[in-house]
Each structure stands twice: as C-alpha cells, then as structure tokens.
Design a binder for this molecule. Sequence first.
Ligand code: ADP
Ligand code: ADP
Ligand code: MG
Length: 669
Amino acid sequence: MMKSQAQYRRFRSLLIANRGEIAVRVIRTASAMGLRTVAVYSEADRDAMHVALADEAVLLGPARARDSYLNIARVIEAARQSGAEAVHPGYGFLSENAEFAQACADAGLVFVGPTAEMMIAMGSKSGSKMLMEKAGVPLVPGYHGEAQDEATLTNAADKIGFPVLVKASAGGGGRGMRVVRSAGELAGAITSAKREAKAAFGDDRMLIEKFVDNPRHIEVQVIGDSHGNLLSLFERECTLQRRHQKVIEEAPSPTLDGAGREAVCTAARKAAAAVNYVGAGTIEFVSNGKDVFFIEMNTRLQVEHPVTELITGIDLVEWQLRVAFGEKLPLTQDQIKLNGHAIEARVYAENPHKNFMPSVGRIKTWRMPEASSGLRIDAGYREGDAVSPHYDAMLAKMIAWAPNRDAAIERLNRGLEESDVRGIVTNIPFLSALVTHPAVRANTIDTGFIERELKNLTPAPMAPGDLELCAAATAILVQESRAVFAEPNSPWRTAGWMPVGRRQRAFVFRHAQGTGQEICLHYGNGPAKWSIGEREFAFTFSTTADGGFDLTLDGMKSHIFAVIEGHELYLRTKNGRFDLHWVDPFGGETEEQVGEDKIVAPLPGTVVALLAEEGAMLEKGAPILTLEVMKMEQTLRAPFAGVLKVIKCKVGDIVGEGVELAEIEPLAS
Ligand code: ADP
Ligand code: ADP
Ligand code: MG
C-alpha cells in the first residue's frame, strides 16, 4: 500500500531527474535560488548541455531510457551518492510516476511535486474522470470503467456514438490514442493503441470518449501549497497539435472571453481541490469553442509553462521549489494579474517533409536570436551536441511576449526566421509557416488544422532567384577569403593588392528539383561583377559579426546567412531559406538517381507490425510495415506502385539505421 509522504522542508541541493531543455530550465532557476544542482545523465549524454550547467553530475547508465532516466533505483542511488536532498522530475520520464515519488519519500528525499497519493488519484485518465464526475467538473461523455473486454469497449463506443476517441488511460504525449469514425475501424484502432500504450507506458488499459466536434485544447495552470492554498494562473490554449501532441501554445486563450476564462479557471480549481492538490499541475479541457470538458490532469510542470510565466511574471519553477520548502504561496488569487499575450513554438529535430520523421545526428550550426524582453529561448542543445535516437526529439522552445496577440505572433515569427539549425533537420520553417497562416492569426482553427493544412504548411522548396545565386557564389568567396586571410603571408592581407587584368570564374548551383544554373564572377580591372545570363550586378560584400555577410548588389544591401558543408550550401536571404548544391566543375558529377526499390530503416527502431505480404501488388503509398522510432510509430510505405518482392524482417526485430527491411519491384511502365 502506498504511504503518504508530504515531508516538504527547506533543502540546499537538488537533483534534476531529467535531461534536455527542461533539465536546463530547472537548473537555471535552482542555481539562481542558491541551490546546489546535481544533473543525471546517460552514456549518450556525457557531453550534454544539462550536464555542463549543473554543479555536479552523476552517470546513471546506458543510453536506453529504461536503463538510465527511467531507472528508479538508479536515480535514487544517484541522489544518495551526490548527497542531494531533493529531486525535481521535470516532465516526461518519471515525472508522473507515483512509484518514483514514493521511492523519493522513502529515501528521505523531498520530491518536488505532489505526493504519490495525489498522483495515483489523478494519474490515470479513467480514475481522474471518476473523481471529477463526483466533484461536479464537466466531463466529455465516455466510458472510463474497469472492464476492458472487447464486447464492453464495443458496446461503449456504440452507445457514445461515432466518432469516438480511443485513449490509453495511462497515456501522455498523444501516444496510445486513435480517432475512430465508424464501428468497422474500432477493433483495429484498439489493437494498435493498446500496442503503442503497452510499449510506451507498460499499461494498455483503454478508455473511450466522444470525439468533440471542432475541438480546441484549453488548459489551466494550477498550483497548491501544503497550507491548503490553491491558485489558478489563468489558462493556455494549445489547439495547434499534430497527432494529439501540442506544437504551438499560447496564453491567454484567444477563444475565451472574460466569463469563459472565469468559468474554466473555477472548474480547474474545483478539480485540483478534489484531491487537495499540492504542487504545480495542469487541468486539461477539450472545448467545442463554447463549453469546456475535463479530459485529464497532468500532475507536473508542463512543456508550455513559459507562456504562463510570461503573462503572470511568475517563475513557476521557483514557486514549485518554494512549495517543496514547505512555504506558503507568495500571492493570493486576486494578486495574480494577466499581462499581455505570450506564444510558444516547440522546436523539434524532425522533418516535416517526411511525415515528421525524427532527425538524429550532430548539430553543426545552432543560431538563434539573442533573448530580449519579448523573446525567450529555452534550449537543451548547443552547437556540436548530438541528437540521439533514444530520447524525445524536442530541442528547444521559443517563446514570445507582447502586449497583444498579433504583436506576440509577429515577434515569435521573427525569432524563428532568424534561427538556423544545421546538421540535423528541424521543424523551424514549418513553425514559421504555421504561426503566419491567416487561420492562425484569425484563430479559426481546431486540433485537426495542421493535418488538414499540411500541404500549405510544408511548401516545396523555392527555386533560387538572382539574389540567391549571387549570395551563394559570394558565400564561396567569403569562405575562400577567410581561408586566405587566415594565412599570414597572403597577398590579400596587403592593402592595394589586386589581381592583374580582367578575369572571370564560373560557378554552377543546383537546387533540389532544378537543373544547374550558372553564375559568373568578373573581376580584375574595375569593380567586381556577377553575371547570370545577360544580367549583370556590380557587387561588394563585407562580413558581419553574427557570422553572416552583407551583400550589396547594384547599390542594394541585404543580409545573408550561409553555411557551407563541402559542396552543400544553405542560405537564408530576405526571400527565405535555400539549399543549394555547388556542382563541382572538376568532380565529373552526374545526376545520380538513388535506387529506391529497397525499403530501409530511416532510423534505429523496432519492427512492430508487417502490413503487407510478400508478392502483394502495392499502390504507391501503400503501407508495408510499421516501425517504432523514438517512441512514435512510423509506417513505411511503397515509394511507387510495384510488387513487394521480399520482406527481410519480422515483428520484434530491432533494426539499425539503413538496414534493408523490404524490397519492392517497380511495375514496368
Ligand atoms: P502532454 O502532451 O502530456 O499534455 P506536455 O505537453 O507537457 O504534456 O508534453 C510532455 C511530453 O514532453 C512528454 O510526453 C514527452 O513526450 C516530452 N518530453 C519528456 N521529457 C522530455 C525532455 N527531457 N525533453 C524534451 N521533451 C520531453
Ligand atoms: P495526453 O495524455 O496524450 O496529453 P489527452 O487526453 O490530454 O492525452 O489528449 C491529447 C489531445 O487530444 C488533447 O489535447 C485534445 O486536443 C485531444 N483530445 C483529447 N480528448 C478529446 C476528445 N474527447 N475530443 C476531441 N479531442 C480530444
Ligand atoms: Mg494531455
């Protein structure tokens, strides 16, 4: 039986049982409060940012989360080894694990969060819904009973009426959840949701809810102390989601008016009061734009907590720590004021053009604008860091504040546009397209918006114009001149040195879908010029302190940021982002076509389902098999119509990146 703990008391050292952005975030506030900070890390994270920032760090074990960040005994042991007196769990990992909260209490550690009892009461979606029903908090109609047999679930879905949402009771992060539109799809959806839930949470119990029409996600930040005080810190709206996982979050909700705000905050306080909640937590609701219905409580800090911090001026981690010290909350409900508007974007290592496949590798360039009064960046990675396939793909969050919503969106977009992360693929351009979409500005969205608008949010790469070709060729000159300047005896270092006679040099660039385009440099006597076909541009350039350069073409100056990796060029100009290939004049390059008839694992993963049989005729896009990669299921599909010649894996296989899984033979056309 779980014992209660609640031994909140003053402590001087804190172990942060997490990694990445949230570990960094907690360490910052804890250090500012004068606490000694202890990081924990896996073998994959020896050089990670959170390890560098903490006062001390303890190695937990191998890269796999199960062997490190999720290993309760090992984390408790690390606290003992380091002499830490308290543990902050962050979010994800063990943050909502009651067994962990209890293990901390049993080891005499202060757990920065609610007690194990409160977590158990609110931790399961089914259990919490039963509690809320009793407390009179409005619920989504649905089934959240104990019985899990197929007949019970099928009957429940029929009674609720389609469409329904099948959800893992232990779920989080949008995993183990399926929208089901008709009775025929139910059994399959339950099977796959159960499989995902079992793998992610070790618990495959399901609940069924009515799928709310035009759903919006609205949630309320609450925090309680151990003296019986409980506050709500306004609401956040997180309607921009993909696969039920938030992408953009803002506060306050642009959908609610004053009365709606009052109503949802009151319902949230009622919900938290039902378990005499202590610590920071979030009460989540789904809304049809008019009414709100409770869906779950998250008994921890949430990813999107910074938007609440920016509109209230409260440091939530500081308040969490004060509550854990046993202090009273420093403000009363009427002292909490809403100021302006804040909006956050989650920066992920993923490729929006490839079904948001996670991207792993080393970060070669990490450039983000300076934080300012209106822009905050919570990052867990730096230039040179590795993004490992073992953990969540979130790299950072960019959060903008302004007096009103339009200005906050503008500021966020500008921050995104000024960011360049190279070496891995990120969703930054997608986030820009999203926040500037007219429907987002007008707030005429629902949680299905991203899926519906995906094509417009992931436009094909633009072809380079004259500015980009000139910028690309100039970037090569900048790189060459840097190399030359680095040499002490270079003639470029002597003022007045100029090559003799008029000369020229040609560059050819190719972009993703295009053919080669030639640009010519004319230099020597007289001013330097670029020419593209018949068009000529006199130009000068000068490098700037931010690592980019200013390029002046016929008197028009514009700022360019460029990264050159061998023959691959990345450019950001006023027109957007461009990836170009510098065709090597000596390389004898051909327009190579990569053979796509082999289906390979894009990342390390586990084969969880085979969806087609050998010999089957497949349409283009037909599913072949499902891999679990970085906690998400990814279905690999036929790249063209053909015959599935051979399947080279079976369910349960753990496969490395690039391993061949199947072969498909194109239809002779
Ligand atoms: P939810 O989606 O459950 O409502 P949040 O929006 O707060 O909650 O997101 C929590 C999710 O963040 C986790 O489910 C997990 O996928 C992800 N996550 C957990 N730990 C980390 C981490 N250290 N860095 C980045 N992302 C994380
Ligand atoms: P998780 O623990 O994964 O965060 P939630 O229950 O919070 O699970 O649901 C995730 C998202 O799915 C919500 O933010 C909401 O947008 C959507 N959702 C949840 N329940 C419903 C519902 N009954 N109808 C429509 N959308 C829902
Ligand atoms: Mg949720």
